[in-house]
Design a protein around this ligand. Sequence first.
Ligand code: C5P
Length: 400
Amino acid sequence: MSILNRKKVVLAISAGIAAYKAAFLVRLLIKKGAEVRVILTPEALDFVTPLTLSTLSKNPVEWQFNDAEGNWNNHVELGLWADLMIVAPATANTISKMADGASGNLLLAVYLSAKCPVYVAPAMDLDMYRHPSTKENLKKLESFGNLIIPAESGELASGLSGEGRMAEPENIISFLENNLESKAPLYRKKVLVSAGPTYELIDPVRFVGNFSSGKMGIEIAKAAADMGATVTLICGPSSISTQGYDINRTDVISAKEMQAAMEFNYPDSDIVIMSAAVADYRPETVADKKIKKDGDEMVLKLVKNPDILFGLGQKKKNQILVGFALETNDEVENAKSKLDRKNLDMIVLNSMQDKEAGFRKDTNKVSFITKDKEVIGHEAKNKSEVAKDILNFILEKFDV
Ligand code: C5P
């Protein structure tokens, strides 16, 4: 899957003949899994229709500060929504206005409001492209941190031939992918995550299990994928989908199955995060037929499950190994001793005493504890935010 998968892209089209190619660019971005919102300068409407662009992008297209019903098209909201903005084609006129900080149309106002990386694909006649003022303006945009996608050489609409053609949509996509990959903090890193409960069968229809939803581990897997990692998720029974994410998911039921899948993927992983709520015990025997309710009592003999994380700790080579701890008392002390006993690099402690933490909740309140026994507490946050905190902390603290 492309690094553009799930990226929120504002495609800004200014009034050049290459605007027709923007339709192909939208198509390619959508194919790569990006979410695209198109904006135009009012003059660009002479070159390409909103209907084409809204159909291809599956989103409304905007070019004015307010729509026909008088609703405000919020440029600040669009600028903040985007993970990246692409100005393609960027005419000499739009480039000069961007360099000057003008905000006379929606495209320019979105550009000024954008907090994300902005990519500029110039498109103009060769003499305009060569002109010192255009060169100055492009340099100025680069000095603001914008990225210029160099124009290509070839036939131009004027009939002349030379530099100034907008980069072909395929080349714009390659430029974006290369640039985003070089900036993705976990690009080419292998992240292995376990999530969810395990179910230990009593008979074909009954099990011993726990209330874990899998939310925390799945959010970690999603966040790692968004940071460019190659992610493998070993997931106990959970209804939460990972559709749309570049995640290799293996669904398992029991602790033994989870152990086999974790051990199989462990040797070539860089970061391993064991967030599953593994059942500590399983029934000694599994009946092959549904057990009848014959007597008034039923005795179920349980035997200990393997401690998957302990086993991984024993085999540790270069992996950064992270465990979770859910404690009800002497939390920090218990978590620290778990860290040592299981040979972990870090443990994420969530306390049962916090109402924001725990099973089936959308929020979690965690502390990170590392080998040097430093305890870093966090406030309660959404599990997706906690997932990012965990991965950012790993990137900061360890040599990944
Ligand atoms: O020892 P305790 O169950 O509190 O440790 C929690 C950590 O150990 C979690 O990361 C959990 O995923 C892992 N674990 C495991 N195998 C078990 C029990 C827990 O890997 N059988």
